[in-house]
Design a binder for this molecule. Sequence first.
Ligand code: DQQ
Length: 578
Amino acid sequence: MAIFFMRLFFYFFVLHFGHGVFELEASHHVYHTFQNLEESAVSATSQPYRTGYHFQPPKNWMNDPNGPMIYKGIYHLFYQYNPKGAVKGKGSIVWAHSTSRDLVNWTPQKVAIYPSQPSDIDGTWSGSATILQDGTPALLYTGINPLHQQVQNLALPKNSSDPYLLEWVKSPKNAVMAPAPENQINASSFRDPTTAWLGVDGRWRVIIGSKINRKGLAYLYRSKDFVHWIKAKRPLHSAKNTGMWECVDFFPVSVNSPVGFDTSTLGPTVKHVLKASLDDTKHDYYTIGEYDHAKDIYIPDEGSLDGDSGLRYDYGKFYASKTFFDSAKNRRLLWAWLNESSSVSDDIKKGWAGIQAIPRAVWLDKSGKQLVQWPIEEIEMLRTNPVHLPSQDLKGGSVLEVPSVTAAQADVEITFKLSNFRKAEVLDPSWTNPQLLCSQKGTSVRGSLGPFGLLVLASKGMQEYTSVFFRIFKGQNKHVVLMCSDQSRSSLNPDNDKTTYGTFVDVDPVHKQLSLRSLIDRSVVESFGGQGKSCISARVYPTLAINKAAHLYAFNNGSESVTITRLSAWSMKKAHIN
Ligand code: DQQ
């Protein structure tokens, strides 16, 4: 096994660098052409940026994950899909549908929900699935009516004994929730119903994102039969100056274990998480807090901040996410849309846009102050040709190639140990914005303890690379770990968004080793720092570092040595997706 040190690393960087009655749906004549999505699939081999194991349709535009659930042992993912092309076409957006037994390999099904009624004729937007008391799954989704108002609709399976849930029937009572003069809801900001939860009073609750001027909020509705919904006087929660809340999500987490809970679970070992996708900044932020079910309000814990300064699932490109409770494995799983960073004209050329992140298990950290996320264990079934490098020191200014992996499609885990903190750079108290700090102190800016980490999707001559790394600073009374994903050199194509992303990681590097895992898949790099405490996803489009010409390296561009205590990498097989 060849281990390749390049002491000229620095040189490279410097130089290159209860359901009522339901009507039968009209036949699917309008959208039947989308029923055999795979027939018109674009050839993946001629497309270096099509992913090998991330969920995406064969062609066209995809955005939000919708209504994820497990039903009779089958996982379902619906998603916002434009059957007409690779750009977002709001009026034509439908709920496409795929099913899976393992969350890794997916079979396309026919479009589940598409515009067909006055209450959704101008678009079938995002929503969620709820498993009702009798086991029937119900979908609540936003429809756009001919007045361009956002209203909420209900659909139920035509045949609930079908585990594949191929046919959906819309409620004749649609819209089941709508803006009206008496409720003063802003008709262009009222969308994306959550999975509902059942209160101790036997009534269902659901929240819907909205805004009043600059205040973001989650309207609460209650229902006895899932058909007739009454708006509560108070929203579940609101926050000043956060703008429109899209795709809100609200769910319980356990205070003492990583197990997931059904959405209706209450009790002394339960905290709640409220997530909102901020339309203004395209960030998914969340708070952790208490759900007062008697008052039907949610109060974030002290220190759990609302808005963009709060916690995010992911500090890169990751939006419109949604969780569901996987009752087969007692875990809560998180899906999210990873948009492109390429130009619209490049998207049209490649014929598709949008992928889903690898589903992540999500649970409350022991501190109770943040969530932890980890890629579903099932994804490891795609690992092949393991490469394990022995523990070794990585001197300042050196790189180490990870040999024998298909670096364009890989899973890599690396752990660092640091022993000498004396020379750690002092953290200036004004450096409160980690993303800014990462862009000012990128890969090529030498520090003392860092940058060290991984160079992924790198070309042999380092003309292109995406770099995921840590830097350690001396804070006022503890050491501070910064995690960055630097895309500035990811592609020679000038048309891509190459924003550098960053976040702080709540790990004490003096007492704990620092781990990083990256899932690399052709045009996506999903990175998990501190065993899932901080996540950053990036979309990148190398022109040289593609297919077999992609390389993977560990690097240290600090002046101090770091020890790699573990480096394991796997080539990833292609999943069967759609
Ligand atoms: N996308 C949907 C909306 C949602 C937005 C429309 C979030 O329902 O608010 O495709 O990406």
